[in-house]
Design a protein around this ligand. Structure first.
Ligand code: ADP
Ligand code: ASP
Ligand code: MG
Length: 440
């Protein structure tokens, strides 16, 4: 069984959905995971923000602004009057549901229910389209099997049991469609796997059914050596190891959700990144196989906060670091980079939700400085311990960029450098020139 995930642009219009139908219409069992049509989740976020702010007029306006995209899709997707009216009815129901939220009290529960609408709409429309085309398929509701636990982590045992139960109801079917991103929490309420979470759904589904391959179909021909949104000349990488891809995803390569390589790696399911707009392109294969000892790619993760704690005692006492780390553990705030000196420690976080409490507690151990708007530039490859020269190449490339922190040796796949956000683009461009010999 294969898992094929199509992102927002890949299902972003009637035309695109028709292309997806062509791609998935081949013999063999597969689960197709769909995102919301492009722009939809962004708009749903705006609607929820308006509702949180009790701005009903704005919420109605935003809902009205979204609707024509769906009317137009229905008009162009379906051939027969029968399916056009099925499609219209579907949209009417979903948009009425959106409008109903403007009447009552609005909490995070209602927010999550609204955010789920994008994937519910795209999968329902695609399923109708396959039906009209006489391509047999089963719509599997993700809310029946995708689940997170009380810490917001996917509940793998639950997902496995319930997904297998859903699949077993249709032993003779080959093509299954389901929603990416959406899930339930331990209380049974609608929730999600955070923005970009459809990749994570695909990986969790692929891992739990031990798929032969997970394919992530998007709008670019695989993982590139640098961020194509910033650097004009980049190229696709043919192969990556799980660890290399996981570091790139975590440190900002938007093509993959930050955690989506973990489940695939755990069950050793290869992940292939492919381009819906150019299906014949080779893309990127991510697997257990090492991919050679070289620098593969560069990524950047923004909105980083750096916290420096200087011990009030002259020498760092035993237990100082432990006490510092325990503060972050108490607030469930992961640390990305860390450097230490005799009397101080600097570390970075990307989640500022508890920053005030964290600072207050850290101040009992020393003086605390905080700087916002930092960026981690992450250089990924296979840096074998007995090879030398990588660091020189990197620092030579970055000789004109002010560097705030460096982390080398923590993992054999990653060298991380912290710069302030105004130097992000220059750092990525300089590394493209210095490491990959591509002139600006
Ligand atoms: P989807 O909607 O299909 O999930 P995303 O927008 O989430 O697509 O991810 C694809 C986008 O990721 C590309 O269009 C590209 O701009 C961006 N991107 C950022 N870094 C990289 C990279 N290193 N390689 C490829 N794409 C990247
Ligand atoms: N629709 C969701 C988002 O825009 C999930 C996804 O596309 O992966 O974040
Ligand atoms: Mg995405």
């Amino acid at each position: 069984m294969q898992v094929l995930k199509f992102g927002g642009t890949s299902v972003g219009s009637a035309e695109r959905m028709k292309s997806v139908a062509k791609i998935v219409d081949y013999p063999g069992k597969k689960i197709v995971v769909l995102s919301a049509m492009s722009g939809t989740t962004d708009q749903l976020v705006k609607i929820t923000n308006a509702l949180f702010a009790h701005n009903l007029n704005e919420a109605f306006r935003l809902i009205k602004e979204l609707e024509p995209k769906y009317r137009d899709t229905v008009e162009k997707l379906f051939k027969s009057d029968d399916y056009k009216s099925k499609g219209k009815e579907l949209i009417f129901e979903h948009f009425n549901l959106l409008r109903s939220f403007t009447m009552d009290m609005f909490t995070h529960n209602e927010e999550k229910t609204i955010l789920a609408e994008g994937e519910l709409l795209s999968t329902a429309l695609f399923h109708f389209y396959l039906e009209e085309q006489k391509i047999p398929s089963i719509l599997l509701p993700a809310l029946n099997f995708m689940r997170i636990d009380k810490d917001g982590e996917p509940d793998l045992a639950y997902i496995e049991e319930h997904l297998k139960r859903e699949l077993a109801k249709h032993p003779n079917s080959e093509l299954f469609i389901t929603q990416g991103y959406i899930c339930r929490n331990p209380f049974g309420q609608v929730d999600n796997l955070k923005r970009g979470g459809s990749d994570y759904t695909a990986s969790l589904v692929g891992a739990t059914i031990n798929a032969s391959e997970i394919q992530i179909w998007t709008d670019i021909d695989g993982m590139h050596n640098n961020d194509p949104r910033i650097v004009p000349k980049t190229f696709p990488i043919a192969e990556l190891s799980f660890d290399e891809a996981a570091e790139l995803a975590y440190f900002g390569a938007k093509i993959l959700h930050p955690y989506c390589i973990r489940p695939a790696k755990k069950r050793n399911v290869p992940v292939r990144l492919l381009n819906t707009m150019q299906p014949e392109a080779k893309g990127t294969l991510i697997s257990r196989n090492a991919s050679g000892d070289s620098i593969k790619a560069v990524a950047a993760k923004g909105k980083i906060t750096v916290i420096k704690i200087k011990s009030t005692r002259m020498l760092m006492a035993y237990g100082f670091l432990k006490s510092v780390f325990e503060v972050f553990e108490r607030y469930k705030t992961p640390i990305d980079m860390i450097t230490t000196s005799e009397v101080a420690v600097s570390l970075t976080i990307d989640d500022n939700s508890h920053i005030d409490d964290i600072i207050k507690e850290l101040e009992t151990y020393g003086t605390v400085d905080v700087e916002l708007n930092q960026v981690i530039i992450c250089i990924v490859g296979d840096f074998l311990a007995d090879k030398h020269g990588y660091a020189v190449q990197i620092f030579e490339s970055l000789k004109d960029v002010p560097i705030r922190m460096i982390s080398y040796g923590g993992s054999k796949n990653n060298i991380s450098i912290l710069v302030s956000s105004e130097h992000k683009n220059d750092a990525l461009l300089s590394l493209n020139e210095g490491l990959f010999k591509i002139k600006r």
